[in-house]
Design a binder for this molecule. Structure first.
Ligand code: NAD
Ligand code: UD1
Length: 345
């Protein structure tokens, strides 16, 4: 029996593959490599000393998806595959609805056909939209402010309908807060295409000298220092959350949403300071206007995941920044960088 990981070559997927292999699961990865490189899979194999069965396949191609289920006995699916850039989704909504929603429907139809009812789905804290209160807990009504967020919201609802239609389904909807950091080996990490949209990849590229200056999007929010506050979560903690969610879906049925966050919020300026300490480099910045669609404060109430999944985030911002920096320093060109160290002891 194997676990199918869609989008397993991507940032969070590749880190989750390590945790799965280290927990002795057999893995099949399906990825169309539209936002990743098969090099991440090779490095996961090097880190763990275990192999992964990889399919370069597109969720929108029903035959390719079905082939994976014909050739393997799949016990559960961890479904990461999707497009994730908020700004791009505003300009290309149909591409986002098609890829994320149609891709998920084809996946679920194939799962049903082959009698596979266990799924862990990558949702996002973006489904909370703009709320009046923090911390954000799972009972809050969900709403989205951009097409990317709406794909996550709609998929959550599709998956709830699916369970209502057939109680054999067992689904965990994982609402990630702000994933950052990298595997401590420095061999895998986030490899954004072009200029990064998110804070930590941007800071990393300033620190390594690829970009000259960080723009801080507003210092007039009602927060401790005026800059935006987020719940940054180390990607290794996040990856481990998938192991705990998988254990839950394999041992019960139902559909449940879980926040995966630390419950702590840090400002942009605090993250800059922490990154400067971790890297020993100065991060020049400039205050500019607010970014459209940004909110002042977002952090999780993680108590449901703590109680029901027996999962808690353990790593703090020091490790997040140190591990992001190690990855950036050793891989200035992401997965295009040649690795000198292939195995970590
Ligand atoms: P990523 O882009 O690194 O990984 C997604 C992977 O899916 C990529 O390898 C891409 O090639 C693949 N993919 C996309 N469309 C596909 C398709 N049609 N068929 C097959 N493969 C396809 O992104 P990530 O940061 O690892 O995010 C993983 C998931 O978590 C996504 O669904 C994302 O929306 C969600 N998420 C991410 C964040 C974040 O900040 N990174 C936050 C909340 C939620
Ligand atoms: C963004 C997305 C969100 C998505 C998440 C994935 C937007 C509006 N939101 O969230 O939907 O789920 O990424 O991780 O794109 N910042 C700067 N300068 C920068 C970059 C960011 O000051 O160059 C600030 C932002 O204003 C924010 C904080 O840093 O206060 C974090 O930003 P970011 O990493 O982009 O994450 P989110 O905005 O939380």
């Amino acid at each position: 029996m194997s676990i199918l990981v869609t989008g397993g070559a991507g940032y969070i997927g590749s880190h989750t593959c390590i945790e799965l292999l280290e927990s002795d699961y057999d893995l099949v990865v399906l990825d169309n490599l539209s936002n990743s490189s098969v090099e991440s899979i090779r490095r996961v194999e090097n880190i763990t000393g275990k192999s992964i069965k990889f399919y370069k396949a597109d969720l929108l191609n029903r035959n390719e998806v079905e082939q994976v289920f014909i050739e393997n006995t799949i016990e559960a699916v961890i479904h990461f595959a999707g497009l994730k850039a908020v700004g791009e989704s505003v300009h290309k909504p149909l591409q986002y609805y098609q890829n994320n929603i149609s891709g998920t429907i084809i996946l679920c139809e194939t799962m049903e056909k082959y009698g596979v009812y266990n799924m862990v789905f990558s949702s996002s804290a973006t489904v909370y939209g703009l709320q009046q209160q923090v911390p954000l807990s799972e009972e809050l009504p969900i709403k989205a402010t951009n097409p990317y967020g709406r794909t996550k919201l709609m998929i959550e609802e599709i998956l709830r309908d699916l369970y209502n239609s057939n109680n054999s389904w067992s689904i965990a909807l994982l609402r990630y807060f702000n994933p950052v950091g990298a595997h401590p080996s420095g061999l895998i990490g986030e490899d954004p295409n072009g200029i990064p949209n998110n804070l930590i990849p941007f800071i990393s590229q300033v620190a390594v000298g690829k970009l000259s200056c960080l723009n801080i999007f507003g210092n007039d929010y009602d927060t401790k220092d005026g800059t935006g506050i987020r719940d940054y979560i180390h990607v290794v903690d996040l990856a481990y959350g998938h192991i705990k969610a998988l254990e839950k879906v394999l041992s019960s049925s139902g559909v449940d949403a879980y926040n995966l966050g630390t419950g702590k919020g840090y400002s942009v300026l605090e993250m800059i300071r922490s990154f400067e300490k971790a890297s020993g480099r100065n991060i020049p910045y400039e205050i500019v206007g607010r970014r459209t669609g940004d909110i002042a404060i977002s952090y999780a109430d993680p108590s449901k995941a703590i109680a029901e999944l027996k999962w808690i985030a353990k790593k703090g911002i020091k490790e997040m920044c140190e591990d992001s920096w190690r990855w950036q320093l050793h891989n200035p060109n992401g997965y295009k960088t040649e690795t000198k160290v292939l195995r970590v002891t």
